[in-house]
Design a protein around this ligand. Structure first.
Ligand SMILES: [Zn+2]
Length: 975
């Protein structure tokens, strides 16, 4: 069907249409005749159809109303009175993406699927929940906040999903930095508020305000509709009009962003964040936010994005070097924010500093910038960062969720009143920019104008405060006490009744009748053809290479791996750090700055990872691998390969100053991640009890590694010689041809190129005899069964696991269906909905049969462990209606055939090959999944019952919460 500009299609008038060559898509922009909302459609042959409905939500306080509403509409609508619509769709669908997000000035509901029937199904559900939600009072209490008291003698608390989520988020110091920068730069604006909700303000929100916010903001007139992919456009328009928009008799109003008063003079803010230990040395964050431009200034914004990389991220940056070597901090960085607000902001920060360093930092920052501008930027550095940026554009085009990306760009443009057609194009703008940057000193001018001669800045000093957590808790207790003092006997009784009712309600699953209202796929809708890709071992230049030939938009993804069982165990805890150093430090010929420029010029990225492989049907086989990953465009394949070869032959650890800086920086980040994402440390610890592979992972990426880097960073002077010797020894033992594993993902032309040029990698390595080491069993290391690790987080990550199936015997597709049920239903309800955790999931090794339950940002300890303890009886007593089982099967099936970019497909194929997993194995699992019965699922009950008493508990997080249930753990260890 052809669409004519000016004509009306199902209530939408076509405003403009153009074919955009660089994204190979037709782009249509419509406006609804009556309601005046925009609809943008990006049409092409991509089967991963993507839809999003967005609303301009502009909060006027920090109660988190927009965020609570985002959660609450997903608790059911008039047509679909299904609790937790989101979870239910997730359980039984093939979606490749399904989410809802609250930004500073927008809330949006995007999803993607490759199934056309499901595409319209979910469009119906999403639109119904946003336009016609139930918004019951109990939903508000559960998702927002309520006074929670289970019995007269149990404590009175604030509880609520968003309340708990934001408590977790607010324990992250980075959050405080952002908030202060926005509030400081744009006082009185929409952005001065926390749209996610500040835990101190969330209990100010009333149910009535909450409903009013929906009424005002969720009208189509205040909305934006976005469509992408190969679905028929006329049908999409007709669907939206006839089912939803025709019900609105008149236009509503469009919410406007409050711009506030832009700071015209430098602003200085000091704030604090909670730390657990009294040691506050080198824990201050310093950050500068500079208001730069408006979103509409595309050329400046793109240039400033590249300038940010030149200044803050490149190791070749004189500014970065000046600051890092000044000893003012452990790490320094920065970035340019272009789509979080109507203004674009340059942010730069110091990690691990002191508040006394602030003025020195600002002075150093100015002096270094001034010098860079005065002398002119290093051309090689500018070229390197221009190339890197261009690489990013190329790679985006072969991304799996390309639709989401493009719709995101279009949405931001529409939100700020910019032409989206322009916002979707890059090539011309970029070519012009490249010229101006290299020939006209454009970047120097911008740095002077926007960063040096610009008083519109906020400097934030965020100091560590060991008493803050206590104080925050005391404030909360005071508030509860004040409420309690005023409460009447009836109110108290009512509160307990309400708490119990809420808990009772949460226990009730959706009835089968309610669930059957949701439009769902059936087993018959599942595609019979799967899309598994396998890697082909290919002989090239006398070396086996695992080859994945895939359409990568001419990018080569190369993996150079080394079996690290050649390393004695004492070298393992610092292997990850070794990887970081090796990919940054340079060689005998190139300093780290020169090396950084070379890498940025020739590659899209150069990085390392650590992985462990076992082999199907070979129980004792374990191969730990240290990977170097490289990706590059065709013109740069040869120099990129030469660069890797140079590292393998002559990596240099002579720059002691730089190595010391890297150690300090890496420890600062490790500490931050232990605090905000610590679950992996705890789950690695559990799996270390269960297999050799688990012990390797724990040694290189677990608590053992964390404590080793902490010890090194804190006692660096004493350990420096030993550490430098260990780096040299690791390189010597590891970079050996007998440890080498090569893999590549690329399209045909690039593979040919690699066949001719790749021999420089093996040629760079000597063939030395190898001694293989085994890691000792844990019994000899004295690791306790049940461990608790204390950090300054306000929440915990609670893990419990064991060996469910010995050597994975008995593992099949039915188990995958059961796993889906447990994580998306049982644990979702008990740990997330009732317990208030942000998430809860299962980690399971198909080849080992080892399993762990993991809770994420969890406010509970005992309750969560009780939920885990309940699993065997839940499985034994499982009784699922046919319809529910069918949805579980479809959801599980979807997980098994994930949407992946070419690069990710290649990586999966490489890992499958190394694990001995072939297409027949995957197809058999898929067949078993489709033919699962309830009895098949229940057959695992005995295995769970046997595992639980022999399982291991490891928890990481908040001291008070852990100490309250001290008896669950053998030892408490401060991290
Ligand atoms: Zn949320």
């Amino acid at each position: 069907m052809t669409f004519t500009i000016g004509s009306i299609y199902s209530g939408f008038r076509l405003v403009t249409h153009s074919f955009i060559q660089e994204i190979a898509s037709d782009v249509y922009i419509f406006e609804h005749e009556l309601l005046k909302c925009p609809l943008l459609a990006i049409k092409n042959s991509d089967t991963n159809k993507t839809f999003s409905v967005a609303f301009n939500t502009t909060p006027t306080d920090s109660t988190g109303v927009a965020h609570i509403l985002e959660h609450s509409v997903l608790m059911g609508s008039k047509k679909y009175p299904v609790k937790d619509v989101f979870g239910e769709i997730n359980k039984g669908g093939l979606t490749t993406f399904l989410n809802a997000m609250t930004g500073a000035d927008v809330t949006y509901y995007p999803f993607a699927t490759r199934n056309l029937k499901e595409y319209f199904n979910i469009m119906d559900v999403y639109c119904d929940v946003v336009f016609n939600p139930l918004l019951d009072r109990s939903t508000f209490l559960q998702e927002g906040w309520h006074y929670h008291q289970e019995s007269p003698d149990s404590p009175l608390q604030f509880q609520g999903v968003v309340f708990n989520e934001m408590k977790g988020a607010f324990s992250d110091p980075i959050r405080h930095i952002f908030h202060n920068i926005f509030a400081g730069l744009m006082p009185g604006s929409t952005y001065a508020h926390e749209s996610g909700g500040d835990p101190r303000n969330i209990p100010d929100l009333t149910y009535e305000q909450f409903c009013a916010f929906h009424k005002k903001h969720y009208h189509p007139t205040n909305g934006i509709f976005l469509l992408y992919g190969d679905a028929p456009l006329a049908d999409e328009l007709e669907f939206l009009q006839s089912r939803f928009l025709s019900a609105f008799p008149a236009p509503g109003t469009r919410a406007t962003i409050e711009e506030g008063q832009l700071a015209r003079q430098p602003v200085f803010i000091t704030d604090s964040y909670a730390v657990d230990s009294p040691d506050t040395k080198a824990k201050t964050f310093l950050a500068v936010g500079t208001n730069v431009a408006t979103f509409a200034m595309r050329e400046e914004n793109t240039a400033l994005q590249i300038i940010a990389n030149i200044l803050f991220n490149s190791d070749g940056s004189p500014l970065k070097n000046a600051i890092v070597s000044s000893g003012l901090c452990k790490d320094f960085g920065g970035f340019f924010m272009t789509n979080s607000s109507s203004r674009t902001i340059m942010i730069t920060y110091l990690v691990g500093s002191e508040k006394e360093h602030r003025d020195k930092f600002l002075e150093l920052y100015r002096t270094a910038l001034d010098k860079m501008v005065g002398e002119g930027l290093d051309r090689d550095l500018v070229l390197a960062e221009l190339n890197k940026y261009e690489f990013g554009i190329r790679e985006d085009a072969s991304k799996a969720q390309r639709g989401l990306d493009l719709l995101g760009k279009a949405m931001t443009a529409l939100k700020y009143g910019i032409d989206p057609i322009e916002a979707l194009q890059n090539d011309e703008l970029f070519a012009k920019l490249r010229h101006k940057a290299l020939e006209e000193s454009y970047f120097e001018q911008l740095i002077r104008q926007y960063l040096l001669d610009n008083p519109s800045t906020v400097t934030v000093t965020l100091v560590p405060d060991p008493d803050k957590q206590k104080r925050t808790q005391a404030e909360e207790q005071e508030r509860l006490a004040a409420y309690e003092a005023k409460a009447t006997e009836e109110e108290r009784a009512e509160r307990i009744r309400q708490t119990r009712e809420l808990m009772q309600e949460q226990l009730q699953p959706n009835s089968v009748e309610t669930l059957s209202l949701l439009p769902q796929l059936t087993l018959a809708d599942l595609s019979t053809k799967d899309d598994f890709h396998i890697a082909t071992p290919t002989e090239m230049f006398g070396q086996q290479v695992l080859v994945s030939e895939l359409p990568t938009n001419h990018i080569s993804y190369l993996d150079v791996g080394f079996d690290y069982s050649c390393l004695p165990p004492e070298l393992l805890p610092l292997l990850d750090l070794f990887g970081t150093i090796v990919t940054e430090i340079g060689t005998k010929r190139l300093s780290y700055q020169q090396f950084a420029k070379e890498i940025a010029t020739c590659t899209g990225a150069f990085s390392h990872t650590l992985a462990t492989y076992t082999k199907r049907d070979v129980p004792d086989f374990t191969r730990p691998v240290f990977w170097l990953h490289l990706k590059c465009l065709p013109a740069y394949l040869d120099p990129a390969l030469q660069l890797v070869a140079e590292i393998l032959t002559s990596v240099s650890f002579a720059d002691r100053v730089r190595i010391r800086e890297i150690v300090g920086r890496e420890f600062a980040w490790a500490e931050h991640s232990a605090h905000s994402e610590g679950y992996h440390l705890a789950s690695n610890r559990v799996f270390a009890h269960l297999s050799l592979a688990g012990r390797y992972n724990e040694a290189v990426n677990g608590v053992t590694a964390y404590l080793a880097i902490k010890d090194l960073a804190q006692n660096y002077d004493a350990q420096e010689e030993k550490f430098l010797a260990a780096l040299g020894k690791t390189a010597n033992l590891l970079f050996n041809r007998n440890n080498l594993i090569l893999a590549i993902t690329a399209d045909g032309q690039e593979l040919g190129h690699f066949t001719r040029a790749g021999d420089c990698i093996p040629d760079a390595l000597a063939s030395q005899p190898v001694t293989r080491y085994e890691l000792p069993e844990l019994g000899s290391t004295g690791m306790a069964d049940h461990e608790a690790f204390i950090t300054s987080a306000e929440v915990v990550f609670a893990i419990q696991g064991g060996n469910l199936l010995k050597d994975a015997v008995g593992y099949n597709g039915h188990f995958e269906v059961l796993k889906t049920y447990l994580s998306r239903d049982y644990l979702w309800n008990t740990v997330r909905q009732m317990g208030g955790a942000y998430g809860c999931f299962i980690q399971f090794g198909q080849l080992s049969g080892n399993l762990a339950f993991v809770s994420y940002r969890d406010p509970q300890v005992k309750k969560t462990y009780d939920a885990y303890q309940g699993v065997p009886s839940v499985v034994a007593g499982l009784d699922l209606p046919e319809k529910v089982l069918e949805q579980l099967i479809i959801g599980t099936y979807g997980n098994f055939d994930p949407l992946q970019s070419a690069a990710a497909k290649g990586a999966t194929a490489r890992n499958d090959f190394l694990n001995g997993i072939d297409v027949a194995y995957k197809e058999q699992r898929l067949a078993e999944i489709v033919h699962s019965t309830v009895a098949d699922l229940k057959s695992f009950a005995a295995a769970f019952a046997e595992m639980m008493p022999k399982s291991y508990r490891v928890i990481i997080g908040n001291r008070a919460k852990i100490e309250a249930d001290r008896s669950l753990f053998d030892v408490l260890i401060d991290l």
